[in-house]
Design a protein around this ligand. Sequence first.
Ligand code: HEC
Ligand code: HEC
Ligand code: HEC
Ligand code: HEC
Ligand code: HEC
Length: 512
Amino acid sequence: MANLTQRAGKARPALAKRAPHDKGGFTLSGFYCSLLLLLAATLLATLVAVDVTLGGEPSGNGRSGNDKWLEPARSELMDASGALPFFPHRANTTGNLVLNVQDFDDARVCGACHVEIYRQWRTSMMSQAWDEPIYRALLKMASEATDGKVDNFCTGCHSPIGLTTGQITSQVNRSSVEDSARNHPMPGVDCESCHNISARTGLDNGAYVMSPRAHGKSTKFGPRKDAVSPYHDTVYSALHTRSDFCATCHNVTHPFSSVAVERTYDEWLESPYSLNDETCQDCHMPGFAGKAASMGPERERVASHWFSGANATVLGHLGQHEAAQRARDMLASAAEINFQALPADMLPGQYATVALKVANVGAGHKLPTGFPEGREIWIDFQVRDATGRELYRLGAVKDGKTEEDTRNFKVHLGDKDGNELDIEVWNATQILSDNRILPKGYIVREFSFQVPADAVGPLTLTAHLNYWPFSQKLVDYLLGKDQLQVEITRMTSVSQRVPLATNLTTATRGAR
Ligand code: HEC
Ligand code: HEC
Ligand code: HEC
Ligand code: HEC
Ligand code: HEC
């Protein structure tokens, strides 16, 4: 309860930031604003009522005796009045009804007119959010381990149309990618998923409202006030121009233990980027000059739909090599690494200490952000002497994982006994640690090593900053060995030569 009111309080006022795409035209935003307020008020009233009648006690709701999940479950309190038709996911529809499959087109239909936008989106991870192998492998495990209790939850973000049209069952969730593609083809996060969203009722767990036929015929919500289409109604939606649109899916809260599993939106909200009104769209949908639709007007800036992120591994695996390269470019633009106060020289036989500063200069959220079991950035630090002999290394990959003590940046989830969780995120009840780098922030990490007495100067110190979306070990566990090769993406590197001191008096002590 306190949690929710706080959250609502944090919501940004509507920003009129972007040069508003042209004016005039027909808008329903006032109507939807009131609808949103009404929904929020109902939700709050419900919560107050629940708090009084139940005194915050869990009501069972089919999960009694299961001590894996902490009490009280925020999502169950919120659902007490049936407010969550797709419990425990927070998706709503107009009238809270299951939607009609016929109300939605395949993305290829949209692509007939929205040619360039379709081409871009098709290469993105979001277009594959249902079909990609890592998701499906973990989904199957999660569904089986929880007797299907998390089924709706996962599906509502990875295939919003699949969920809200009631097509996805536990059986579909547990089938193989190949089988479901043949027998139950389902879209990932497609055109219809995003452009039928009329409002949101919260800032996480898919709290979007899907309204496919807002006034009797097919309606698309978008960023323009002057868009006219022969195929569908268009409605201006300020929400689509703001980061809180993305928040519905890019903030993931554990539905039963309330652990903040993913917080990309909150990370952005608390950063200088939100103060400067630099949105998710500014970086992930930067825009191109051309046409949004083949029969529409030429425009100076049409929102691009590449949605480039960081997942070069899975994009490469899916054959999207250009998109994989765009992900590498995004990663390269995100960080800088530099030596801090490097000693002027080092003494053979003695210990030396060097410090490296890693700065998040380009990501509007923590570095890394997102999927917590996997996303990891680390320093691979190496020292060689003039003969090329490796004197020291920390940050190698061993047994499919970064070696012990690696200077990395990662979040670690834990279960109720404090054990770290790599896979069973559904058992997460706490965050054990989180040393990821804040937006526009930096972290300094140290390395100490002994220079062998017979080292030949000068020494070359090299630090690579690496990223992977998940360890090879995790992928081998999920998919089996040799199914998918994880790419270690080199974000940036720095290298420096340091001479060896010839005797103690000329040696400067390792500066800090
Ligand atoms: C027969 C052609 C055609 C088809 C098919 C089509 N659209 Fe459009 N759509 C247009 C045109 C034309 C515009 C106006 C473009 C402009 O003004 O730049 C438009 C505009 C839009 C907008 C912008 C609305 C706004 O107010 O900002 C969205 C969103 C949109 N379409 C989504 C879709 C989706 C989703 C589909 C598939 C279900 C689809 N369209 C199918 C022709 C089409
Ligand atoms: C993840 C959500 C998402 C998906 C998926 C998505 N869009 Fe969009 N789309 C947006 C947002 C958000 C904007 C507004 C961006 C802005 O104003 O910066 C937008 C803008 C548009 C526009 C208006 C562009 C302009 O600047 O005039 C059209 C047309 C459109 N989308 C069509 C599509 C079509 C067709 C697809 C599928 C091929 C699609 N979208 C997939 C979120 C999405
Ligand atoms: C309906 C839910 C939904 C909405 C709304 C949504 N996303 Fe996503 N997004 C996802 C899911 C699910 C994935 C992960 C797909 C996968 O890897 O299986 C994803 C992945 C991404 C990625 C790729 C990450 C990578 O690792 O490469 C980017 C970038 C992204 N989203 C940006 C956005 C932006 C920007 C918005 C708002 C304009 C947005 N998303 C709105 C569900 C959503
Ligand atoms: C200032 C530019 C900027 C802004 C603002 C921004 N991002 Fe990013 N984003 C990046 C860069 C650069 C990367 C690649 C480096 C990384 O993974 O963080 C990235 C990566 C991502 C990824 C992939 C992370 C991973 O490792 O799987 C997702 C998902 C994402 N962004 C979503 C969002 C969402 C949602 C918002 C708004 C709440 C947002 N971004 C705001 C620049 C930005
Ligand atoms: C509130 C929305 C939401 C819910 C609910 C959700 N996810 Fe996701 N999921 C995302 C987003 C957004 C990303 C992408 C984040 C990033 O790129 O780091 C993602 C990424 C993933 C990935 C990484 C995929 C890849 O290829 O990198 C897996 C696996 C995954 N989710 C599985 C699940 C499972 C299993 C569930 C249910 C227990 C679930 N998700 C529930 C939004 C959601």
